[in-house]
Design a protein around this ligand. Structure first.
Ligand SMILES: NC(=O)c1ccc[n+]([C@@H]2O[C@H](COP(=O)([O-])OP(=O)(O)OC[C@H]3O[C@@H](n4cnc5c(N)ncnc54)[C@H](O)[C@@H]3O)[C@@H](O)[C@H]2O)c1
Length: 466
């Protein structure tokens, strides 16, 4: 897929220099990739999707995971003949990859990023880059020390709807932006699922302020061309975990399953059973953990105030037990207001007769066919003028059509332009996690937290919005 189909380009935007998709074919040979973390994301986005399109340009020379059973399943599932390793350093020494893809549990990303860099590899890492400020600084230092490159894959940026917003903001469609209202709603399927998995533990995912909100903070930083400066937050755990009258260990074998609306039957998915349940013996990880478990130590409601370099301020919230999954944003500018939203079911012709279950299934079907008439809205409201509704056509593919374009940027080997700055490195990776890390500390301490106090990075605002 060509990202240009997304762009309503302006002359200034077109002036951007082309770049060669950096991890693609080197002269005369395929680029050598190794992947660490053979869970669901590693196998889907970085496994099947990459091999389907780019097997003629890249090769997987090694797979690594702490769970030997999952690793073996991964090799078969992907149809690869490369060696598999539970020892990461051994994989690097034996297979000499050019690039390491990191798709492990969030709190471990830094280990593989740093060791990969020290072995002379470039790194492609899943979000969040890492989960605390100390690990973040260690990654920044390692990149500098080794001279290698880390790419953080922010697939949400690439969607057609976020892209159109970025263009409107670059064009200053409503003047200089002064404040942002941004609210994200996770539903009782996808949102609930975070509380079944390792994400429910602060020590693994850094709370949803990091694991999930890294996407949202990155979008805002990118939209505004500005970095966060100071954060104050509230948060609580009011719904999941200890807040319930009954609980079990997993949904499998649960004596309460007939009365629990959150019962989820993993046995219905062969892939999930093969990937996780069949390999519990190796690490004890239970994919269908009870959402009422008392060990849940993350927030399920979060409200964050962020002040950006350059003066923009933002009110952000994240909700995890909403009847629908979607988001709303408004950019308030000196000449008006931009409003946009996705998947708000009571608006713009949505079929209200379908159940929440059916709506969720449709929304999360990666193969869903989009109708020509499907669109995501942006309303441009200029002060004293009429409102304009921009209908951004929906595209297929994961994350609003973003995933395939991100893969093309990384693997295609084509000369590509990046006028909107989709490709992100460690600075963007850091600036997308530091507000969540600061928010977590702010909730714990009741104090505002300055981003400049967390690492050596000093927040800046790019000239476009100053
Ligand atoms: N960009 C996106 O939209 C998106 C979507 C889903 C997941 N992700 C990210 O992908 C990553 C993986 O998520 P997932 O859903 O596949 O989780 P998962 O639990 O399915 O997979 C994680 C894998 O990491 C392995 N692992 C954990 N610790 C390890 C260690 N120390 N050494 C080696 N292997 C280790 C586990 O055994 C497991 O196989 C996460 O960082 C997540 O944030 C991103």
């Amino acid at each position: 897929m060509n990202r240009r189909t997304f762009l309503k380009t302006s002359a200034g935007i077109l002036a951007a220099a082309p770049f060669a998709s950096s991890f693609a074919a080197a002269a005369g040979r395929k680029r050598r990739f190794a992947l660490v973390g053979t869970g669901v994301r590693g196998l889907s986005m970085w496994g099947k999707s990459v091999l389907k399109t780019y097997a003629d340009r890249i090769e997987y020379v090694g797979l690594c995971d702490a769970n030997p059973g999952r690793l073996e399943y991964a090799r078969k599932y992907l149809g690869l003949s490369c060696p598999v390793f539970t020892d990461f350093d051994k994989m690097l020494k034996q297979t000499r990859p050019d690039v390491v893809i990191v798709t492990t549990v969030d709190s471990t990303h830094h280990e593989f990023i740093i060791r990969g860099l020290e072995h002379g590899c470039d790194i492609v890492t899943e979000k969040p880059m890492t989960t605390d400020e100390t690990k973040c600084q260690a990654i920044l230092d390692a990149e500098k020390r080794t001279g290698r490159k880390v790419t953080v894959t922010f697939n949400y940026r690439y969607g057609a709807h976020p892209t159109r917003l970025k263009e409107l903001l670059r064009e200053k469609a409503v003047g200089k932006i002064t404040s942002v209202d941004f609210h994200w709603y996770l539903n009782c399927h996808h949102g609930t699922d975070y509380f079944r998995r390792w994400h429910r533990l602060r020590g693994k995912g850094g709370t949803l302020l990091v694991h999930k909100a890294t996407h949202h903070f990155d979008l805002v930083n990118w939209w505004l061309d500005a970095e966060p400066e100071e954060v104050f937050a509230y948060g609580g755990l009011d719904f999941y975990g200890r807040n319930h009258s009954f609980r079990h260990t997993t949904c499998r074998g649960c004596p309460h399953k007939d009365k629990c609306r959150f019962f989820w039957d993993i046995t219905k998915s062969k892939h999930m059973m093969d990937l996780y349940v069949a390999n519990e013996q190796h690490d004890g990880y239970q994919r269908d953990g009870c959402v009422w478990k008392e060990d849940i130590d993350i927030f399920d409601k979060m409200a964050v105030q962020v002040k950006f370099a350059g003066g923009v301020q933002m009110s952000y919230s994240l909700t995890t037990y909403s009847p629908y999954e979607g988001w709303r944003i408004a950019f308030n500018g000196t000449n008006g207001r931009l409003e946009a939203w996705q998947d708000v079911p009571w608006d713009l012709g949505f079929d209200t007769s379908i159940t929440q279950d059916a709506h969720h299934a449709k929304q999360f079907d990666q193969n869903r066919k989009t109708k020509k008439a499907d669109f995501d809205p942006i309303i441009v409201m200029k002060n004293f003028e009429k409102h304009e509704l921009i209908k951004v056509p929906r595209t297929g593919g994961g994350h609003g059509g973003g995933d395939p374009i991100l893969l093309a940027d990384i693997f295609s080997g084509e000369k590509r332009t990046d006028p909107l700055g989709y490709m992100a490195g460690t600075r963007d990776g850091a600036m997308s996690i530091l507000p969540g890390i600061a928010a977590r500390t702010s909730i714990d301490t009741g104090k505002p937290i300055r981003i400049a106090d967390l690492t050596t990075l000093k927040p800046v605002c790019k000239p476009i919005h100053s």
